[in-house]
Ligand binder design. Structure first.
Ligand code: ADP
Length: 430
């Protein structure tokens, strides 16, 4: 038997006995017991009323506590109240910290409900987007930032890329808007807006600089190559042959580099692809494989194909061709003679994909995320030796980006690598 129950019995039994004794003395035991029970009921009723009052007015339970079971109830209630108070205090502190942090941050933070209505915004949202919280609470974000492309962006569910645009109240300022879904079924959104004017102009200046330099280099290089060819055809002294050959090789390398830099600049500067058309990818792949076979030449790589001829794509011919060709060229360059190169053109749940798998040395995990950076090479010597410019994968990444596609790379040391261009269904022609 629990201590509480024992205490309660000890509290109840003596008065009952006394009641019975008094009743016996007055010749009515039942009346004595009934009177005592009535007193007990009145006590419990009184405690019930007190407890109800306590719960409804939210006051703290004060000592001394009653004896027995009621005492236990009051002690439990007091413990609960203390725990709740602590929780409330922690929550209050958390909210204060969050508010202070969100006030200190220079990025605008806005939360939207399922209908893209503003539910909260920090003070920076006032400066950047003229959104005032709490007065703008419940308003549609698209009413406050009235751009058609923002409405389209919010309606789609792919927020993997930020939206960049100039400020409604200041056309000179560029902002980046990134959406992250959260909450139940990810139906609420956190919008992070930051000013990127300086970064944007810096990037633009870098792009323009690379593009101008490449353009400026192109003409003198063509002249140099022309004269070198003429010299090569003319009669030369024996000791001049080797330097001439080296000069020709290096000039050709520089031409490749300038060409790749120009392609990359164009891909970066123009935000959207032009000249898009339905592409018969099966035929296009056959063409690039023929080129890869020429490159492989005496190395006799085996080409294993799995091509879905019925699957076509809507895109820019030159950009798609250059992407596929770069991947195939790399597979030939970085795998051993006689090894197999597998090429797949098929579709999965995301959309069509083109993949090239080789049986080369493979690439260590730490390099994978950096391979598409300009001039990033795992083995600089080998890349130069094979005539690489170090820009191939950067070109692939940008060309795919413009087709809303993604380059996925997986590799295992000693086994080989797979480079996969993953397109979306929206680009496919089934
Ligand atoms: P590069 O002109 O040097 O080949 P890329 O941009 O095409 O430039 O590739 C960058 C680097 O990625 C290469 O230098 C090489 O180290 C690595 N790489 C690319 N493709 C493969 C592959 N199929 N197997 C192993 N390494 C590769």
């Amino acid at each position: 038997m629990s201590n509480i129950l024992k205490d309660e019995l000890l509290l109840t039994a003596p008065p009952l006995l006394i009641g019975a004794l008094v009743g016996w003395l007055a010749n009515d035991i039942a009346l004595g017991i009934a009177a005592t029970l009535l007193t007990f009921s009145a006590r419990h009723f009184h405690q019930l009323i007190l407890l109800n009052k306590l719960i409804s007015n939210g006051k703290e339970v004060q000592k001394p506590y009653p004896t027995g079971l009621w005492g236990k109830i009051y002690r439990e209630k007091s413990l609960q109240q203390k725990q709740n108070n602590k929780l409330k205090q922690n929550l209050k502190q958390f909210v204060t910290n969050f508010q202070e942090a969100s006030t200190a941050i220079s990025d605008a933070l806005i939360t939207l409900d399922q209908e893209n209505r503003i539910s909260w915004a920090n003070p920076a949202a006032e400066t950047l987007l003229n959104i005032h919280w709490p007065s703008d609470s419940g308003q549609l974000l698209t009413d406050k930032v009235d751009y058609l492309f923002l409405e389209t962006y919010l309606q789609q569910s792919d927020f993997s890329r930020p939206l960049e645009f100039s400020l409604p109240n200041n056309q000179n300022a560029i902002i980046s808007l990134q959406v992250t879904s959260f909450g139940k079924m990810e139906r609420q959104h956190l919008v992070v807006v930051r000013e990127i004017t300086q970064l944007f102009h810096l990037n633009q200046a870098r792009r323009n600089f690379v593009s101008s330099v490449s353009h400026e280099l192109k003409t003198p290089l063509t002249v140099l190559v022309g004269f070198l060819e003429a010299l090569n055809d003319a009669e030369t002294l024996a000791h001049q042959d080797r330097p001439l050959e080296l000069m020709q090789q290096q000039a050709a390398r520089m031409q490749l580099l300038v060409d790749d830099l120009l392609i990359l600049s164009r891909l970066e500067i123009e935000s959207k692809t032009i000249d898009e058309e339905p592409l018969a990818i099966g035929t296009l792949i056959t063409e690039v494989i023929e080129e890869a076979k020429l490159l492989s030449d005496a190395q006799r790589h085996q080409f294993k194909l799995k091509i879905d001829e019925s699957l076509s794509l809507h895109g820019n011919r030159q950009e798609i061709r250059s992407s596929f060709s770069n991947l195939l060229t790399n597979a030939v360059k970085y795998s051993s003679p006689n090894s197999t190169i597998s090429i797949i053109w098929a579709k999965n749940s995301v959309g069509p994909y083109f993949s090239v798998s080789d049986q080369g040395d493979g690439i260590a995990e730490r390099h994978l995320s950096r391979l598409t950076e300009r001039f990033y090479r795992v083995d600089t010597g080998r890349s130069r030796e094979s005539g690489g410019t170090g820009l191939g994968l950067a070109i692939v990444k940008h060309a795919l980006y413009r087709h809303d596609a993604e380059l996925k790379i997986s590799s295992k040391i000693g086994v080989g690598s797979t480079f996969c261009c993953q397109f979306h269904h929206s680009r496919a022609i089934y």
